[in-house]
Design a protein around this ligand. Structure first.
Ligand code: SAJ
Length: 407
């Protein structure tokens, strides 16, 4: 059986590779020629452990070919981006992908959409193709930073345009999914995917609101959350400088655009989108001119900077002519220059921890001593509550924590 995977991004590439390793004849397609070259010669950058090994094995097996144009196949899997444009889902990539395979699709082919889309999109795609095909929607739910493990072990939801389509798609995913596979219709599956990420976004907004309230009340939100979570049915998430990544910060809008009832969802999005401003305003109270940013990726231990709160925070500081230096050994493709540790802290008035990279948790005494000696003022503002406070205090640093108590 031949499978054509359209889009070799952070989902398409591991999916195409794992299907090839499982014995399917796979053609992986991407329009980005640089991306294709990096895949073919295994030079693409990733923080996903084992991905390079998987892709190498898939290519060496002879079952994975990487091309810039789709080919006839029995199954087509669409894994292209669905970015946000004016607070609505931009379906242009999906539509282009479907147009590119339409001439190749034969009756009884199976088309699977994996990209996150507003409810009802698959029904539109079914009408667009207008042939006697099977169509299913199978959203991914892998956590960036742990993709391969989750791609295999997570339960999957498959929505079919009809029951036969769902059953046919299930047979494909059964080849590598060890988790349970649940079947439903396309619109329910499209909505489930959004509900998962909205659930997270709303709960992060709650944690962020608790942090702001804690600062008003002068209590430590981290201590309070820790104690509240001792309740058997409470699991409050962590406050942070904002919600980044191209999923949680975007997907809720796909439901807002489809429903006038989506009020809490919209408010939570607004609370999270305001966090970078809240953090920037705090920074402006702590430093006058020179600020160092530790961590510009959207979260710890990943290289992805899409929708990163750091970008919005730096934009705000630059409006007030701050001298901002960024340090992040993980980040790939960031809007602002990235410096080495020493350059980033030299003569700085304030370090701001924005991404919860393990490196910042594990700074040793000698690292902090070296950093302190280079700085103009020894002040650190940790928006993730991850640093080893005793070590930084021992080097005479003044410490501020988002949601923490003011000394
Ligand atoms: N964040 C907080 N506080 C928290 C948790 C996260 O501020 O307690 C922030 C992170 O720093 C980051 C953002 O939220 O900026 C999103 O990070 P995340 O780890 O919550 O999620 P993603 O975007 O890396 O992956 C999510 C996951 N969805 C859920 O956990 C419901 C993943 O399973 C999805 O597959 C992925 O979105 C996706 O691609 O949809």
């Amino acid at each position: 059986m031949k499978i054509c995977v359209i889009g070799l991004g952070y989902i398409g590439l591991p999916t195409a590779s794992i299907l090839a390793v499982r014995g399917y004849e796979v053609v992986g397609v991407d329009i980005d020629k640089k991306r294709l070259k990096e895949i073919k010669n295994l030079s693409f950058k990733t923080t996903e452990k084992d991905l390079l090994t998987l892709v190498s094995g898939a290519i060496k097996s002879g079952n994975l070919e990487v091309k810039d144009k789709p080919e006839e196949a029995d199954v087509f899997i669409v894994c292209v981006p669905t970015p946000l444009k004016n607070k609505k889902c931009d379906l242009s990539y999906i539509k282009n992908a479907v147009e590119s395979i339409k001439p190749l699709i034969k009756d009884k082919n199976l088309v699977i959409i994996e990209s996150t889309v507003p409810p009802g999109t698959c029904e539109e795609i079914y009408k667009m193709i207008n042939k006697d095909i099977y169509l299913a929607y199978c959203p991914e739910r892998v956590l960036p930073g742990n993709i391969l493990h989750e791609l295999i072990n997570n339960d999957r939801i498959i929505g079919g345009i009809n029951k036969e389509s769902a059953i046919k798609a299930k047979k494909i995913y059964e080849s590598f999914v060890k988790g349970n596979i649940y079947l439903t219709d396309t619109k329910t599956a499209e909505t489930v995917k959004l509900m998962e990420n909205i659930y997270r976004d709303v709960n992060i907004a709650l944690a962020n609101e608790f942090a702001k309230i804690a600062e008003e009340l002068n209590i430590d939100v981290w201590e309070a959350i820790n104690l509240a979570n001792k309740h058997p049915r409470v699991n409050i998430l962590k406050p942070g400088p904002g919600v980044g990544g191209h999923c949680i910060s975007i997907d809720p809008w796909f439901l807002v655009e489809k429903s006038k009832e989506a009020k809490l969802i919209k408010t939570a999005r607004e609370i999270n989108d305001e966090m970078p401003i809240y953090v920037a305003n705090k920074i402006k109270k702590l430093a006058k001119k020179t600020v160092t940013i530790f961590g510009v990726t959207y979260k710890g231990n990943v290289d992805d900077t899409r929708e990163s709160p750091a970008e919005k925070i730096i934009d705000e500081l630059l409006k007030d002519n701050y001298d901002v230096r960024c340090y992040d050994r993980y980040a790939r493709d960031f809007k602002y220059p990235l410096l080495n540790l020493e350059e980033s802290v030299k003569d700085s008035e304030l370090i701001v921890v924005l991404a919860d990279h393990d490196e910042y948790k594990n700074f040793k005494e000698e690292d902090i001593k070296r950093i302190g000696k280079l700085m103009k003022r020894r002040v650190i503002y940790d928006t993730r509550n991850i640093i080893n406070k005793d070590l930084w205090k021992n080097e005479d640093f003044k410490i501020y924590i988002l949601g923490g108590k003011n000394d």
